[in-house]
Write a protein that binds this ligand. Structure first.
Ligand code: FE2
Length: 168
């Protein structure tokens, strides 16, 4: 049985993470090439009127790959990435990403009002990268597109596996 294009993408991504556990420059090239040539992501295109959906394609040792499906007016919360590298690839539609950061000096401990930073639009074929030292962010569809499909690649944290051995 021949391998599906999305499975080939996952194998190629794993090779990249094997070379560089944080993900190398080749990641962006692979995501762009997949978007340009393939349509087999539609198996994971699931939509909801309630909120955007996150559909797991693959969970490998080094990464998770998801397809996110958005309708107009749906948006993510402002969020961080828990120390992980994260790539966003637009499959169809247009994505808007808005950065937020903590103010340099905050007068009061406890609640902090985040400062809005730059907004950037990403069209189909575009790939963007985010990690915590860059900013927090919010993402949503933009440009009046009817819908947005996005590939989300998230580096997984490497945890030490603790094995419990039991003598018989
Ligand atoms: Fe994010």
């Amino acid at each position: 049985m021949s391998q599906r294009p999305i499975d080939k993408l996952c194998d190629a991504l794993q090779d990249e993470f094997d070379r560089d556990p944080r993900g190398g420059k080749g990641i962006t090239t692979l995501l762009r090439a997949y978007q340009a040539e393939r349509r087999d992501w539609e198996e994971w295109s699931l939509w909801s009127d309630e909120r955007y959906t996150r559909n797991l394609v693959a969970c490998r040792e080094s990464f998770e790959l998801l397809i996110l499906c958005w309708k107009p007016g749906q948006q993510s919360p402002i969020h961080d990435h828990a120390g992980q590298n994260c790539w966003m690839s637009v499959l169809e539609g247009q994505l808007e990403e808005i950065h937020y950061s903590e103010p340099k000096s905050s007068a009061t401990a406890g609640q902090v009002r985040l400062e809005k930073g730059r907004a950037k639009s990403l069209a189909a074929g575009g790939v963007a990268f985010i990690e915590d030292s860059i900013a927090y962010h919010l993402t949503q569809p933009s440009g009046g597109a009817r819908f947005l499909q996005q590939l989300l690649l998230r580096q997984r944290q490497v945890h030490l596996a603790i094995r419990c051995l039991r003598s018989s």
